[in-house]
Design a protein around this ligand. Structure first.
Ligand SMILES: NC(=O)c1ccc[n+]([C@@H]2O[C@H](COP(=O)([O-])OP(=O)(O)OC[C@H]3O[C@@H](n4cnc5c(N)ncnc54)[C@H](OP(=O)(O)O)[C@@H]3O)[C@@H](O)[C@H]2O)c1
Length: 226
């Protein structure tokens, strides 16, 4: 649901909810979102409210969110407030999966945050605890501290195969799942762009296309891709 966060055009709330219905009708069961993806958590809350009186309508659906805090003290009240905010916005007593992000490994307060998140998971406020964009070294360090982590969400595609080097083998060995994003580089890895001139400027009209074009450039450039 990054696509609702503001960099892909205006989001009409009613149409977004209709679109969620259409996805469910087509067999989609799982959404990925984050606290900072604009109204994503609120849309999930509205969707849940809409079906709250229909038993079973939401049974097979799951909504995976993220917590991306600004660096700061990670005390129990700070962590509990973040979880409560997502619960309130998403209209649920238990977040299906909370994926934690941290900006700076030299600031070791991420370990405080994860310890408190694990307590909240054990208390039932979170079903599963995951990470996003963590490297293998810190992932191993977190598990050594007996903090159970089910997943790490990382960029992985034909042009960004970094997770294959250490992350994927380590995760396989330790039972941590990888959730891949950027798998089609926001559409750049599709027929639409195959053999086409390098998209530039206004042709890159979403934050996704801008982000993944930078990935293509870092990888080897458009000449190699097309
Ligand atoms: N953890 C993180 O740091 C992080 C970062 C980025 C994304 N994510 C998550 O991953 C989710 C998926 O987004 P993503 O960034 O990973 O993008 P992606 O899956 O690489 O690309 C999805 C986009 O590709 C385009 N697309 C798909 N099939 C296509 C086709 N056949 N032809 C042309 N275009 C096609 C569509 O763009 P249009 O809709 O514009 O047509 C679609 O929205 C996000 O919503 C977010 O939840 C997480």
């Amino acid at each position: 649901m990054w696509q609702v966060s503001g960099g892909h055009g205006r989001i009409d709330r009613a149409k977004a909810l209709e679109s969620m219905d259409a996805h469910v009708a087509d067999g989609f069961t799982t959404w990925d979102l984050a606290d900072h993806y604009g109204p994503a958590e609120d849309l999930v809350g509205a969707y849940r409210r809409r079906y709250s009186s229909e038993p079973g309508a939401l049974r097979n659906l799951q909504f995976l969110t993220k917590w991306v805090p600004r660096p700061g003290p990670m005390t129990p009240p700070v962590v509990a407030e973040a979880v409560a905010t997502s619960q309130r916005r998403m209209q649920t007593d238990a977040l299906d999966l909370l994926q934690f992000h941290w900006w700076d490994y030299t600031d070791r307060r991420y370990l405080d945050a994860l310890a408190h998140l694990a307590e909240l998971r054990d208390a039932g406020a979170i079903r599963h605890l995951g990470l996003t964009n963590f490297d293998t070294e810190r992932l191993a360090h977190i598990l050594e501290r007996d903090i159970a982590i089910v997943s790490n969400q990382v960029q992985y595609s034909l042009i960004d195969r970094r997770p294959e080097v250490r992350m994927a083998p380590w995760c396989r060995e330790h039972g941590v799942h990888l959730l891949a994003y950027g798998a089609v580089c926001g559409g750049l890895l599709s027929d639409k762009y195959l053999g086409q001139p390098e998209p530039r400027g206004s042709a890159l009209d979403t934050t996704s296309l801008q982000k993944y074009k930078r990935m293509v450039d870092a990888w080897g450039g458009w000449g190699l891709l097309k």
